[in-house]
Ligand binder design. Structure first.
Ligand code: NAD
Length: 239
């Protein structure tokens, strides 16, 4: 496709899993993709595969200076950040009495603070360019509670809320902000979850490609009147 020709899309946590599928799908629609992750080997290989319309850059999403350096470089060399997908995330699970401060701090730092830093970093160039699309990856765990996921649930509800305040504030600048809430998708993160335990009306767990279409939709002009909204992609699981 050509829906995103000439656009620049930055995807965090894109070295593997869902983020890699998002990068591939945005690239397939013509975008130049910036794969930002801490997994250098996988990210470099993916960028080489998608070259020349792809870069890999090392970015820890919790690193404030790393964000400004990367966004500056992208704007200087590629002209703009048209699309930001805040996808980097980690999951920590434990019963509450064993949920250590370290687990809590880590999951909040990557999933919530990392998303905030990304939104803030692109807001200035997006305003200057007259618009953009920010896609924040939450989860079905940002819509309900689940045993053991305490910090993850808090972070994913937080991402959903942050999306609302940004959509209201940045809308007048032409910037759209939406959240995506995947259900059970088979990746390294979920390798230990047994899909048979979950009641999924469509009868199977998802693949990263099952979610990528929603990301492409939200990145491009087909969703031009959509902002501050929540997109659950879960095979009917939390219906
Ligand atoms: P994954 O573990 O396969 O991939 C996550 C990627 O994020 C990895 O490449 C990792 O290196 C990167 N990452 C981790 N910490 C980082 C940091 N500080 N800075 C930069 N990159 C970092 O996980 P996934 O299943 O592909 O999940 C991707 C996103 O989707 C996460 O936000 C996750 O919470 C969310 N999600 C996943 C599912 C699922 O079922 N897999 C469901 C709902 C939401």
């Amino acid at each position: 496709g050509t829906a995103l020709e000439g656009r620049v899309a930055l995807v965090t946590g894109a070295s593997r899993g869902l983020g890699a599928a998002y990068a591939r799908a945005l690239h397939a629609e013509g975008a130049h993709v910036v794969i930002a992750d801490v997994r250098d080997e996988d990210g470099t290989a993916l960028a080489a595969e998608l070259a020349p319309r792809a870069w890999y850059r090392h970015l820890d999403v919790t690193d404030e200076d790393g964000w400004s350096a990367l966004v500056d470089e992208v704007v200087r060399s590629l002209g703009a950040v048209d699309v930001l997908v805040n996808n980097a995330g980690i999951a920590n699970a434990a019963p509450i009495e064993h949920y250590t401060r370290a687990k809590w701090d880590a999951v909040i730092a990557v999933n919530l603070t990392g998303t905030f830093l990304g939104c803030r970093a692109v807001s200035v160039p997006m305003k200057a360019a007259g618009g953009g699309s920010i896609i924040n990856i939450s989860s079905v765990e940002g819509m309900r509670g689940s045993v053991g996921l305490h910090g993850y649930t808090a972070a994913k509800f937080g991402v959903r809320g942050l999306t609302k305040s940004l959509a209201v504030e940045l809308g007048p600048s032409g910037i759209r902000v939406n959240s995506v809430h995947p259900g059970l998708i088979l990746t390294d993160m979920t390798a230990r979850i047994d899909p048979a335990r979950l009641d999924i009306p469509l009868g199977r767990p998802g693949t990263p490609e099952d979610v990528a279409g929603t990301i492409v939709f939200l990145a491009g002009d087909s969703s031009r009147f959509t902002s501050g909204d929540e997109f659950v992609v879960d095979g009917g699981m939390i219906t």
